[in-house]
Design a protein around this ligand. Structure first.
Ligand SMILES: O=C(O)CCC(=O)C(=O)O
Ligand SMILES: [Fe+2]
Length: 221
């Protein structure tokens, strides 16, 4: 190999090496009400574009189909799931999970265990209004920590409509809109999964792809 090529490989390697997390001390909390809160840390991960490229290639993305009323429809995003003992697709994600577990240990009382990944290929991909209520989040306070890489997309949050109430969610209270990409961290905590709901709406603007990495405690889904 020529010295020139070696030099080039060296610099590419440095770029990959420079995927790293900043300190979590800069996290800022917003209390939403009804026992729910969000923590935000823009740009927690440095080298987010390099991690995006790695995950886009290395993760075994699945297209899913779901029953919707009397039809089977495509889920409008690609998915991957890593259980407690599954090796994560990049070592920085192990670091992220461990750093989050340490930072929130006292408040959460258990570690973050699983990682769900979503790939939003473009503005047509989305996730509809929901809370992460398939598991314990339906009945207990918990946390879902989301690291975003790639092109920012808006995550919307609104209070959940009380059971039986008619009309749109939130009883007229404002919807929160948070742009997330390029290494940003959001943590939804407290009662957020049962008293609030969140969504990533479709975008009519031309938008590049985004990957969301969601860390959850065991049994939260
Ligand atoms: O893309 C995101 O950050 C949100 C994903 C989400 O809400 C979910 O998978 O439960
Ligand atoms: Fe969710």
């Amino acid at each position: 190999m020529s010295a020139h090529l070696q030099g080039l490989q060296g610099s590419l390697f440095d770029q990959t090496d420079d995927i790293r997390l900043g300190p979590l001390s800069g996290v800022r909390r917003t209390v939403l009400g009804d026992g729910a809160w969000i923590d935000l840390l823009p740009g927690w991960l440095h080298g987010a574009d390099a991690l995006f490229e790695h995950l886009a290639d290395a993760v075994p993305w699945r297209a899913e189909r779901r029953q919707m009323y009397d039809q089977v429809v495509d889920v409008p995003r690609l998915l991957a799931f890593y259980g407690t003992d599954d090796p994560l697709p990049h070592p920085v994600l192990d670091e992220a999970r461990d750093a989050l577990s340490a930072h929130y240990a006292a408040e959460l009382g258990e570690p973050f265990a699983t990682a769900g990944l979503c790939l939003y290929r473009d503005g047509r991909d989305s996730v509809a209004w929901h809370g992460d209520r398939h598991g314990r989040g339906a009945s207990e306070d918990t946390m879902v920590a989301i690291l975003s890489v790639g092109t920012p997309r808006d995550l919307l949050l609104r209070p959940r409509r009380p059971a039986g109430a008619a009309g749109r969610g939130g009883a007229g209270r404002a919807t929160l809109r948070q742009s997330l990409g390029h290494g940003d961290l959001i943590v939804m905590g407290g009662s957020c999964q049962r008293t609030w709901e969140h969504a990533v709406p479709k975008s009519t603007h031309a938008t590049g792809p985004r990957i969301s990495i969601q860390f959850r405690p065991q049994g939260v889904a």
